[in-house]
Ligand binder design. Structure first.
Ligand code: B16
Ligand code: MG
Length: 217
């Protein structure tokens, strides 16, 4: 079979955005400013380094390279503490149903995430065995919206980019999938993800028959 499926992690498989938010807010508060839920929207799908640049911009804080590096490490230590007790109950609805269906059909499955913490999170929620390959923030040099992460995933699956389907919750991720020549599926607000080929609020809206049409096209 020549079709491959690529899943983003954060906001597609699990809702780790809330933990990223808590860790960034803690840092912002330590630096003397507020960080809101609305501002956190800008951080979805965006690399850790870029997130810190945006955060410091919001707070009007200038940093030396050494401070910048220290805060990157500090944020991640806090984030890891927040996700320490994550388990399968935090998997978003119907994600296992879709993964199970694809697995049973022997369709290759990849993770394509900006996160450097992707593998331990998949382990915590017991989904690691579904993935034939994991491409994440540790394997890429260019962040989404650059297509690199998804092109590496397609290559590792042995599937042509045109035959890959990407599930994404972030604008930068949809742009990356489109730039890779893949079929993009937006998970979340269709108005925000209006560049996606298909849109769903979540996986409960995705019929198995729809997956079949993607597989056979
Ligand atoms: P980390 P995704 C992204 O994951 C998140 O959406 C984004 O908020 C985060 O900053 C980025 O991973 C980096 O994560 O700090 O764990 O390396 O949505 O691409 O799966
Ligand atoms: Mg995401």
């Amino acid at each position: 079979n020549s079709t491959g499926f690529i899943f983003d992690l954060d906001g597609v498989i699990v809702d780790t955005a809330k933990y990223h938010y808590l860790a960034w807010r803690k840092l912002a508060n330590e630096l003397g400013f507020e960080f809101t839920h609305e501002q956190n929207e800008l951080f979805k799908g965006v690399s850790r380094k870029r997130c810190l640049e945006i955060l410091l911009n919001i707070g009007g804080v200038t940093a030396t390279q050494q401070q910048f590096d220290t805060w990157m490490v500090e944020k991640n230590i806090d984030y890891l503490a927040y996700i320490e007790n994550m388990d399968a109950s935090e998997i978003l609805p119907d994600v296992p149903k879709v993964l199970e269906y694809l697995k049973q059909k022997k369709i290759p499955i990849a993770l394509g995430s900006a996160s450097k913490n992707a593998q331990p999170i998949l382990e915590k929620v017991n989904l690691l065995p579904y993935f034939d390959t994991i491409v994440d923030g540790n394997n890429v040099t260019k962040a989404k919206p650059d297509p690199e992460v998804f092109l590496i995933a397609a290559d590792q699956l042995g599937v042509k980019p045109n035959n890959c389907i990407v599930f994404e919750d972030a604008v930068a991720g949809i742009e990356a999938a489109n730039a890779a020549g893949m079929i993009s599926i937006g998970i979340g607000d269709a108005e925000i993800l209006n560049q996606a080929k298909y849109n769903f609020n979540d996986f409960t809206e995705i019929e198995l028959s729809f997956l079949d049409t993607l597989i056979s096209q």
